[in-house]
Design a protein around this ligand. Structure first.
Ligand SMILES: [Zn+2]
Length: 674
């Protein structure tokens, strides 16, 4: 699942003390629920029957099942065709799909020590299994034969599924001579170990920060905003931006050089000049030049705006100098930004979140996302009682139907915080949409998870709309094969749909229906105007630091050698060349850039900005039509994008919808940069 995959690392907790306990209770003749038919309403997993010691036996059984299924495909004496190879491969692994749908959801929402131990055993089992498939020569040869033959008898979706499987084999190195494959496996293992170490070092350094300043690194922006003591701000800034760079046991510099050396070697074995070329080939952006040009254009506009913001902040600082609070000649420094930006915000926008919150009660906001989806896409939500649920007291489950009453899927909301839940908000897919081997439609089961209070601020309202955008992408899909259904699209495309849905959050027609206080009064226009104005505030800074990190990521992965490379010189050089002003540092500096050195975002951090350009451009088409509730356009959006998942190239879909290539004008306007 593209939305949550990259959090898997979180679960690889060390040392399992509970393993012994896992094997004790399987003594009755009770059946493992994962190995039975689910005769529950809508085939929802029978959560209350599943016990913690069901997972590992089911995974083992699931691996055996899929191995048999793949063997049946490769032993088929007939010449390979889509129908006798790809189609059964798409249907294979039913037990594993059931287990991972439940397990990956529950370890993020209701984590326990027992579940940690299960994951400890599950991850290596699943990894080894998928490696065995990736290096299965007989299966690859059948896939390659179909791929290299005439494909004109296949549907467009079938061609895309075929391409995805073919590329995934090719990209894992199956076509290479054995000694190169052996080297690749070594490289993969070394990268996995070193990136794990980098991530752990960042964690240790962040904990050191917490010990020193009594707050976690996620509170850093908040603390920088409210701390009046300038010297203390400077100390926090230095500690924060020097993580992984302190010459102690947690120093990441050499590890990063090592990892980059390995990534370069791997890319070159695969026949590319550098890691960026290798990584970007299957992505929507496709090549490094496209991403570089894209980011350079944004950087220019963002820095221009950031300079205006420095000017505004300097004026407030000059008043502090005049009042004797600061020495003469004081200039805005990187550790002053948040603090003075907040002062400017109060002066310019006078936005008091305490006045806004009463209008955004969580259940009203949920009502708002449902009304918008019904209006735009004809989606109906009906609360279900008495159906199986993974945490009965905390979640709400809905049956989702289209305007004809046909089932679209099952949607579960799980918005409130609890200590066993991971931080943040996300969408998860418990069951993928597909048409099964008997031609029967299987509808998806989708979850939205958050950590929200009963009343929401502006940011959190956007979050609820954002995650429901992912949910709609998952629910409205009308594909045939699970590999491309719903949100199974590239990472630089998937955030388009979540961010697109945010555009409706503060539309006056919708606010009139959902943003009401206890007395039933609708939010006054004056507050709505303040919200909409403040959304553009400080965007020069926000865009600059985000874009700077994206460029830094690209420059690392465009390297063709790390010989004699010094991290500090390299980073300074990159920042100078991109035109970064000294008041701003990249959102992540190299030695604590977890996304690109320890998660799945290498040469991929640009994806956030890239998706935003698409969503803002698509939304501008609604605006230009004179009606953001234009139902004809909404229908086109649904049929072109939401129903088709990864069944077509993203850019082809985009051009089909917009009648042209994406344009970044609306994005720049939306961020107040133009
Ligand atoms: Zn998202």
């Amino acid at each position: 699942m593209p939305i949550t995959n990259y959090y898997l690392n979180d679960m690889k907790k060390t040392i399992s003390i509970m393993i012994a306990a896992l094997t004790i209770t399987a003594c009755t003749n009770r059946e493992n629920p994962f190995l039975t038919e689910w005769n529950t309403p809508y085939g929802i997993p029978p959560f209350d029957e599943i016990q913690v010691d069901d997972y590992i036996p089911a995974i083992k059984e699931g691996i055996v099942q899929q191995q048999k299924e793949i063997k049946a495909i490769t032993l088929n004496p007939e010449a390979p065709t889509f129908e006798n190879t790809i189609a059964p491969y798409e249907q294979s692994g039913e037990i594993l799909a059931k287990v991972s749908g439940v397990l990956y959801n529950i370890t993020e929402t209701d984590r326990t020590d027992e579940l940690d131990s299960v994951m400890e055993l599950a991850i290596p089992l699943m990894t080894e299994h998928s490696d065995n498939i990736a290096f299965n020569k007989q299966l690859y040869e059948r896939v390659a034969a179909i791929y290299n033959a005439d494909q004109s008898n296949l549907t467009r979706e079938q061609q895309m599924v075929l391409k995805k499987h073919y590329e995934s084999f090719e990209r894992s190195g199956i076509g290479l001579p054995e000694e190169k494959q052996a080297r690749l496996r070594e490289i993969n293992t070394a990268i996995a170990e070193k990136t794990q170490k980098i991530g752990n070092n960042i964690l240790s350094e962040s904990n050191a920060f917490k010990e020193k300043f009594g707050m976690s690194v996620s509170d850093y922006p908040n603390a920088m905003t409210t701390t009046e003591d300038r010297e203390l701000r400077k100390q926090m800034f230095e500690a924060y931006t020097m993580r992984g760079h302190n010459g102690n046991e947690f120093d990441n510099r050499q590890l990063i050089i090592d990892v980059m050396g390995l990534r370069i070697e791997k890319a070159q074995i695969m026949g590319y000049n550098n890691p960026a070329e290798y990584i970007l080939e299957p992505k929507m952006a496709h090549d490094p030049q496209t991403v570089d040009t894209f980011l350079d254009g944004i950087m220019v506009a963002a820095v221009r705006k950031a300079k205006e913001e420095v000017y505004d902040m300097q004026k407030v600082m000059d008043e502090d100098v005049a009042a004797g609070k600061l020495p003469a000649g004081s200039k805005i420094e990187p550790w002053d930004w948040w603090y003075y930006a907040e002062k400017v915000r109060k002066l310019k926008y006078d936005l008091d979140e305490d006045l806004i919150k009463p209008y955004f009660k969580l259940e009203n906001v949920v009502n708002g996302i449902f009304i918008a989806a019904k209006t735009l896409y004809g989606v109906n939500m009906e609360k279900l009682e008495g159906v199986p649920a993974y945490n009965k007291d905390k979640v709400t489950t809905y049956k989702v139907t289209d305007e004809k009453g046909e089932l679209l899927g099952i949607f579960t909301t799980d918005y409130l915080p609890r200590s066993s839940k991971r931080g943040g908000a996300w969408m998860n897919n418990i069951r993928e949409q597909k048409v099964d081997a008997d031609g029967k439609m299987v509808r998806p089961i989708i979850v939205n998870v958050g950590n929200l209070e009963d009343y929401l601020n502006v940011d959190e309202v956007q979050t609820v709309f954002h995650e429901f955008g992912h949910a709609l992408h998952g629910l409205l899909t009308q594909c045939h094969y699970p590999t491309v259904s719903g949100t199974n699209v590239t990472r630089d495309f998937v955030e388009m749909f979540s961010q697109f849905n945010e555009n409706w959050a503060f539309q006056p027609e919708l606010l009139a229906q959902y943003a009401k206080n206890e007395k039933g009064e609708v939010i006054p226009q004056e507050l709505v105007d303040k919200i909409n104005n403040s959304l553009k505030f400080n965007q020069g800074f926000m865009t600059t630091e985000l874009c700077a990190a994206s460029i830094l990521d690209m420059k690392w992965h465009e390297l063709e050698s790390v010989e004699g490379l010094d991290i500090d010189t390299f980073e300074k050089d990159v920042c100078d060349k991109m035109g970064l002003i000294h008041e701003i540092v990249p959102r992540y500096r190299t030695t604590y850039f977890n996304h690109i050195f320890s998660s799945g975002y290498s040469a991929g951090y640009y994806g956030y900005l890239w998706s935003e350009v698409l969503d803002k451009d698509a939304f501008s088409i609604f605006e230009t039509s004179g009606n953001v509730w234009n139902l004809e356009l909404a229908k086109k959006f649904k049929e072109t994008f939401l129903e088709r998942g990864g069944g077509e190239e993203p850019m082809t879909l985009y051009k089909e919808f917009a009648g042209r290539e994406p344009d970044n004008h609306a994005f720049l306007v939306g961020r107040g940069l133009e």
